[in-house]
Ligand binder design. Structure first.
Ligand code: PEP
Ligand code: MN
Length: 348
């Protein structure tokens, strides 16, 4: 951080600012120019630039390094590969996670899981605890839903990710799934993030509805600083003034995150677009922009889905999309599910 003093700052004001910075535990390097004094500040943790800005004689406070550390490329220049079951996210292969928004019943989960595996998905998604805007909407099946998802994932030889909404659900999700999903609404649930920092399974951290990329990376920092280094970021669209789509899918966040952070990032064009006819173009864009994978809602009968039916793809649409992605990915030096994973059978 650099503190630029006012041209008319008195010596007493400069000394007062230096004393306050030292009191805050910072190392201060003073340099006196022809017109101004500039203070170079080396700090631990995150200084409150707002307080320093208000001290008498201060002209401007400039931050020159990121507020997050463990999530940044400065700290770890090489890209991180996260293992989800036997699947690696962040390597040469872009990974597709797919499945229903929510687990509803055995037939729906099994049929959808079989369809997404055949098309080339490597990870099954599905919610058993659903964060719904209305308390009257379907809230998920809870533990029986996790059981249905686990049975289907095992039978189809897929890894499994499901959303955790509260600290109390962590042991349950950990027991049934290979990865925790933290939803957009919980991106800044700091208590939950801290607990997940102590968990031993990877976390898919969705971007909050109105979160900046910096806030999102700081949320990842909560998990990383607890000792869990396995975090995958997920761009799922942000809320803007536009109403034509459910959210605005921020494709540019993908290269921005790739530059700032070593963590893998996947795109969620389903929540990004909110309508199934817009999902494929956004999915293609995300892969072309360098995403390490996608998470896509697919339902065997989307028009009867209990949640997010309008944005859930029909299996045949998903099949077509996967074929298109197999053309796009190699153009930017990636592969994408050349061979579907063999199924394992109806195991338990
Ligand atoms: C979901 O994945 O079904 C979901 C609720 O996503 P988000 O948290 O991005 O809204
Ligand atoms: Mn959903």
């Amino acid at each position: 951080m650099v503190v630029v003093m006012d041209e008319r700052a008195t010596e007493a004001q400069i000394e007062n600012v230096v004393a306050r910075l030292v009191e805050m535990g910072m190392d201060v390097h003073r340099s006196t120019g022809v017109t101004r004094t500039v203070l170079g500040v080396v700090w631990q943790g995150r200084p409150d630039a707002g307080i320093i800005q208000l001290l008498d004689g201060v002209h401007e406070v400039l931050r020159i390094s990121e507020p997050y550390k463990l999530a940044g490329r400065t700290f770890k220049p090489e890209s991180t590969v996260v293992k989800v079951g036997d699947v690696r996210i962040g390597g040469d292969e872009a990974i597709v996670i797919a499945g229903p928004c929510s687990a509803e019943n055995e037939k729906q989960v099994r049929t959808t899981a079989a369809a997404v595996r055949r098309a080339g998905a490597k990870v099954l998604r599905g919610g058993a605890f659903k964060p719904r805007s209305s308390p009257y909407s379907f809230q998920g099946l809870g533990e029986p839903g996790l059981q249905l998802l686990q049975d289907a994932a095992k039978a189809e030889n897929l890894a499994l990710v499901s959303e955790v909404m509260e600290i109390a659900q962590i042991p349950l999700i950990e027991k049934y799934c290979d990865m925790f999903q933290v939803g957009a609404r919980n991106m800044q649930n700091f208590g939950l993030l801290r607990e997940l920092g102590h968990a031993r399974k990877p976390v898919l951290l969705k971007r909050g509805i109105s979160a900046t990329i910096e806030e999102w990376l700081l949320s990842a920092e909560y998990i990383l600083s607890g000792g869990n280094t396995e975090v995958v970021l997920c761009e799922r669209g942000i809320r803007t003034f536009e109403t034509a789509t459910r959210n605005t899918f921020d494709v540019s966040a993908i290269p921005v995150v790739k530059k700032l952070s070593h963590l893998p990032i996947v795109g969620d064009p389903s929540h990004g677009a909110g309508r199934r006819d817009m999902v494929a173009p956004m999915a293609r864009a995300a892969v072309a922009a360098g995403a390490d994978g996608l998470i896509i809602e697919v339902h065997c009968d989307p028009d009867r889905a209990l949640s997010d039916g309008a944005q859930s793809m029909f299996p045949a649409q998903f099949d077509r999309l996967m074929a298109e992605l197999r053309i796009i990915a190699p153009a930017i030096g990636r592969s994408i599910c050349v061979e579907p994973t063999p199924r394992r059978g109806w195991g338990t």
